[in-house]
Design a protein around this ligand. Structure first.
Ligand code: F6R
Length: 612
């Protein structure tokens, strides 16, 4: 959601804050703002609605001096994205930036208004500034005022505070939303993630739930939720600097789609022992799973990550014989799910590892005594830290808001875990294991071959871009890929799209078919192809514009019925859903480019959904 940066430095802060905000803009981009402390100790701020470039333009006319400042890029929750609602918010001698939601802000606001505080915005964040300012007006020091204020806040927050006349002080706090300290040489930083502070330092301290910190240029102190001083480890972060560059690509999403041969290879490499063709789970990242003891598997995630679990559901049931339930985290956490008393394992899948609903679901399962594992892309994230076992995806930082390489990395990791489970439960023979391991090993090469279809898909996208509705159909393990294809298209091109199980066509969606409606079939020539072909004929008979994504045998069998064909290389059916994700990503990407939408930062979306 929102992105936070704080710099307690020795060089002009404004350009550095902008540089960091650019790296955080993927988290939210409704408005942005910075506040800095002038040479005389005054708080000065500049804010602008819309993208960061508007703030940069504003800074040209109103430059900010000072070497110490805080910045924010916003994803609106309370109040529309206006200049007035943009952060930082200021009251008295306090400026604050916030990521999260203060649930009791109405009560606090009423209490503060009763004390004479005048509110200028509709935001929950302004309440925090007034709360701390009120404490200071009562004689508390800055640190005491923040400590007392934090104890009154309910909800989720990551906060960075700057204070008038305090040229060597910055305070940060986290509860429910991520925040990290960057440790520099005679400088200190705060950031929503390591990516934000990467241009300045690679030494990062991830604050834990309830922690708050007091920073000076040469030192820092960290306190836990009870106010006790605590030590947190300094992590050396590798490679976050380069990740924020687009290189020769036009968009991050395009770059990330094309990185998939590497990102899947890296992820698979963490699980496969290619020499003896086995899977070994990374047990050093937590407790081992005794698969023989597992009687049921609960998988929980949101959005694209949820679709990864929907694919994995087929794998775990077919390959390992484990009954699986998959849930959307926001539903799971509020429906008092009945969980097994023994033998249950819950797997949480998240690129960011910070998604609020997924994290809440993890905590719920842990409280119920379930063993938990997390398939996460950010190893230092809260979900990774709180799960019993981490199953990493090595996709590297994903900047494009629409998830692509993280999805195929999630699928790659889950496929490997399913093989491992199948073998441990003696559902898979050694020969079958070797076949599946080989299939996974071939995946990166097959993705490369598929990426060569880029121009062909770009040409097709010019046609699809004219549609107002698109339907995606798939059967079996490709049904979730149809769902993912539809999600990708709608989120970045704003074309209405729906994914269905092909078998559901006749139960309703067929009423939508006419010559204006492209229908994308995700259908390799597998055991279910004949069934898909019947559905394809039904669509063609109603003059629907069929796009068939299949292999050579599938396209041959389909004859003249499809208006458009995309031919993927032959592959083992086990890895087909991973491979078939690539053309649906490319299609969505090129349609969005054709329509001229903001591919990397689509409207209303944010990368890391840290509020529910
Ligand atoms: C869609 C997309 C989202 C995320 C979802 C979960 O392209 O990116 O649907 O998949 O918000 O996010 P993570 O995986 O960070 O928990």
């Amino acid at each position: 959601m929102c992105g936070i940066i704080g710099i307690l430095g020795n060089e002009p802060a404004a350009p550095r804050l902008i540089e960091a905000l650019r790296r955080l803009e993927y988290r939210g981009y409704d408005s942005a703002g910075i506040a800095a402390l002038s040479a005389t100790g005054a708080l000065e701020r500049v804010r602008a609605p819309g993208k960061l470039k508007n703030l940069e333009a504003e800074l040209e006319t109103t430059p900010l001096q000072g070497t110490q400042g805080i910045g924010h890029t916003r994803w609106a929750t309370h109040g529309s994205p206006t200049v007035g609602n943009a952060h930082p918010h200021v009251s008295g001698k306090v400026a604050v930036v916030h990521n999260g939601i203060i649930e009791n802000f109405r009560d606090l606001r009423q209490m503060l208004e009763g004390k004479g505080h005048k509110f200028e915005t509709q935001t929950d964040t302004e309440t925090i500034a007034h709360l701390i300012a009120a404490n200071m007006q009562e004689g508390m020091s800055e640190v005491e005022a923040v400590k007392a204020g934090l104890s009154k806040l309910e909800g989720a927050f990551a906060l960075a505070f700057l204070f008038e006349d305090k040229p060597d002080l910055m305070i940060g706090a986290r509860k429910g939303s991520p925040l990290a300290i960057g440790v520099g040489d005679g400088e200190m930083y705060l950031g929503s993630d390591a990516l934000a502070v990467a241009p300045f330092t690679n030494r990062v301290i991830y604050l834990e739930e309830g922690d708050w910190c007091v920073l000076h240029r040469e030192s820092y102190e960290i306190f836990d939720a009870k106010g006790h001083p605590v030590e947190r480890p300094v992590t050396i972060v590798q490679g976050a600097g380069a990740a924020a560059e687009k290189g020769n690509y036009r968009h991050f999403m395009q770059k990330e789609i094309f990185e998939q041969p590497d990102s899947t290879a890296r992820t698979i490499g963490a699980y496969l022992n290619v020499l003896n063709q086995t899977v070994t789970l990374p047990e050093e990242n937590g407790e081992a799973i005794d698969w023989k003891e597992i009687t049921s598997l609960q998988m929980v995630a949101c959005g694209t990550a949820h679709y990864a679990t929907r694919v994995a559901e087929y794998w775990f049931e077919q390959v390992a014989g484990i009954p699986v339930k998959t849930d959307i985290a926001s539903e799971f956490r509020y429906r008092d799910p009945a969980l097994p008393r023994t033998g249950g394992l819950a797997i949480f899948v998240s690129q960011s590892g910070e998604t609020a609903d997924t994290l809440a679901a993890l905590r719920y399962c842990k409280a119920q005594g379930l063993k938990t594992a997390a398939v996460v892309n950010v190893p230092t994230s809260t979900i990774a830290r709180e799960a019993d076992l981490v199953l990493p995806t090595l996709a590297g930082p994903e900047i494009g808001v629409a998830s692509t390489k993280a999805f195929t990395a999630q699928l790659s990791a889950l496929a490997a875990v399913a093989i491992s489970a199948g073998r441990a439960r003696e559902m898979l023979s050694r020969d079958a294991e070797i076949r599946l391991v080989r299939a996974l090993t071939e995946l990166p090469r097959l993705i490369s071959t598929t990426l060569a279809l880029d121009e062909r898909i770009e040409a097709l996208a010019r046609d699809i871009a004219k549609a107002t509705d698109v339907i995606y159909l798939g059967r079996g393990v490709h049904y979730p890929i149809a769902l993912e294809g539809a999600l990708k298209l709608k989120e970045i091109s704003y074309i209405h799209a729906e994914g269905y199980a092909s078998g559901e066509l006749k139960h309703g969606p067929i009423a939508l078919i006419d010559e204006e409606t492209p229908v994308v079939f995700v259908a390799p020539f597998d055991g279910l192809f004949d069934k898909s072909l019947s559905n394809l004929q039904e669509v063609a008979a109603r003059r629907g514009e069929v796009i068939l994504i299949s292999d050579e045998a599938g396209l041959r069998a389909a004859g003249e019925a499809p208006a458009h064909r995309i031919e993927l290389p032959d592959c083992d059916p086990f890895i087909a859903p991973i491979l078939y994700s690539v053309p649906v990503q490319l299609l969505a990407y090129h349609v969005a480019v054709e329509k001229g939408t903001d591919v990397d930062q689509p409207r209303n979306l944010a990368k890391s959904v840290t509020v529910e």
